[in-house]
Design a protein around this ligand. Structure first.
Ligand SMILES: [Zn+2]
Length: 534
């Protein structure tokens, strides 16, 4: 790469940092609905020595010229807020204004064979991930199509359009991500077949890991990048995650058991790994912990963490689990219970006197038993007092931004549902809030984060009896009699306290008024927690 383009790249990233927002390198980078910015760029192109960023930042190679003053006037006329004026080189202005024109010509080039393009796209990828981390998102979706690449972010479970790129840029960034940045860089990115990879990145003093997956689609392909490790998530406690005090008591008790199995269930992306990491923090330092993970996500200070390699037979969950059992462990974490083989390793570890943790995909806590039976584990074995200790199932529910939430009774849009919800919440309806006009504090999403809604079951003797008979209905009835609270009770409580939007609640558990039979039991796992706490 020439020295001049090196300097340009450095400046580009420097100004991107100042603007702390996107650097638009071409017209095609703009939101098509964004007419004023489009016109502004056309105007800049005519001047030749000035360029405007979406943040309002003005870059000029000739700051004392009239064009700076004119630019501010033109921006004002279009309702755009003019920001700081930053002097720059004419080369950078040209670089920022150019782009769209030579897109066609570049289309057939192999992006990974051109070093300048590679380092530009590597930078673009890093900037995108850095923006994602700043916006506290969990996933980046690149939807690469013939005409454009749509970049969407998922934050607090919801997907929104972050920006658009030219199609070429999406193809290049994807290729660079898979070919240059991943752990197994030998894999050659092929958009025509589904591919997976894992990528370590050091961004803004944080060691993060991206899990990449691609899927061919009509007219292009998708790449989804999940951001796995960020510093602030690491130290979350069960309390901060949203578990109730009674539930925490039961889970704490489980982590102190000498042997047995603790299972954390929930759909994909419901934060099961974060919960497992919080459980590990509760385990005393005199116990040796082995975790088998795919991949290692959050660093756990008191554990030996072993990554799974699905390409090698003896290095899958079951194989490494068996190997860990020979390493004099006290506690074993099997990242995910995917198959019968792994389930058998879990049972064996548990029966031979180890405390085992794992995660499993089910929608509620009692279903864990049916799922294990489906995997080929016998009911008799599951009912053995040495095996199941505690079953946890969790989901995530968006939390309202308290700054802009409005009482449901004052929201015109929610009037059609008011009667229905009034029947559920009675005089507590006045405390129920919904997403409001959105504000700066919540990034105009109306939500401030997510809370765990969980079911926690301590397996007592009576429960083991129901498990051996695989009588789930009878078991649930027994649990409710004990004052146990499932999802509906937890969700109703959060909505009635004004923490969560009833619309989000219904997305999770369906029509709230259909739950009336529950009669607002705000009972918790209090009785069970009391019985089992020392
Ligand atoms: Zn807000």
């Amino acid at each position: 790469m020439s020295t001049e383009s090196q300097i340009e790249l450095e400046q580009l990233s420097k100004f991107a940092a100042i603007a702390s927002s996107k650097v638009y390198t071409s017209h095609a980078d703009l939101d098509p609905k964004d007419h004023p910015m489009q016109e502004m760029l056309d105007w800049c192109e005519k001047q030749g020595d000035i360029v405007v960023m979406r943040s309002g930042l003005i870059l000029s190679s000739n700051p004392s010229s009239r064009s700076v003053q004119n630019c501010k006037i033109v921006m004002g006329g279009k309702g755009l807020r003019a920001g700081k004026v930053v002097p720059t080189t004419s080369a950078l202005v040209r670089l920022l204004l150019a782009g769209a024109k030579d897109e066609e010509a570049d289309k057939h080039l192999d992006p990974t064979s051109d070093p300048q393009s590679v380092s530009l796209q590597q930078q673009r990828l890093r900037m995108l991930v850095a923006e994602g981390i700043r916006e506290q998102i969990s996933d980046i979706h690149l939807e690469v199509r013939e005409d454009a690449t749509y970049v969407r972010f998922r934050r607090h479970g919801e997907l929104y359009l972050h920006t658009e790129w030219p199609a070429r840029v999406g193809r290049e960034v994807s290729a660079v991500a898979f070919n240059r940045e991943t752990d197994h860089a030998i894999t050659h990115f092929n958009p025509l077949v589904p591919q997976n990879a894992s990528m370590p990145l050091h961004i803004e003093d944080m060691d993060i890991r991206l899990r990449l997956a691609s899927l061919p689609a009509h007219g292009g392909f998708d790449v989804v990048m999940r951001i796995l490790t960020t510093g602030h998530e690491q130290s979350m406690t069960l309390d901060e995650l949203g578990y109730t005090a009674d539930q925490i008591k039961l889970i704490h008790r489980a982590t102190q058991m000498p042997y047995g199995t603790v299972l954390v269930a929930g759909p994909t992306g419901s934060g099961k790994t974060t919960t497992l990491a919080a459980c590990m923090q509760m385990i005393s330092d005199d116990r040796k912990i082995y975790t088998i993970e795919d991949p290692v996500e959050k660093l756990i200070s008191n554990a030996t963490q072993v990554p799974v390699n699905t390409e090698k037979e003896d290095r899958d969950f079951a194989g490494l689990g068996r190997a860990a059992l020979r390493m004099d462990p006290d506690v074993i974490v099997l990242g995910e219970l995917r198959d019968e083989d792994t389930a058998r390793v879990m049972m064996r570890a548990s029966i031979t006197g180890h405390l085992v943790f794992s995660t499993i995909h089910t929608n509620n806590a009692t279903a864990i038993v049916t799922r294990l039976v489906d995997m080929g584990i016998s009911q008799n074995l599951l009912g053995d007092p040495n095996v199941l200790v505690c079953l946890i199932c969790q989901r995530l529910l968006p939390k309202l931004c308290l700054e802009c939430a409005v009482p449901v009774t004052q929201s015109a849009a929610h009037q059609p549902n008011l009667q229905r919800w009034a029947e559920v919440f009675g005089d507590k309806l006045s405390q129920v809030h919904v997403r409001g006009k959105h504000c700066k504090l919540c990034n105009h999403t109306g939500i401030s984060g997510r809370t765990v809604v969980a079911e926690v079951i301590w397996i007592d003797e009576q429960s083991r009896y129901f498990i051996q008979k695989c009588d789930i209905l009878g078991w649930e009835k027994y649990l409710k009699e004990q004052g146990w609270s499932g999802y509906p009770d937890q969700v109703l409580r959060l909505v009635s306290e004004g923490v969560c939007d009833p619309v989000d609640a219904e997305k999770l558990i369906g029509d709230l008024s259909a739950l009336q039979t529950h009669k607002m039991i705000y009972g918790t796992t209090a009785k069970m927690a009391k019985e089992y706490s020392e």
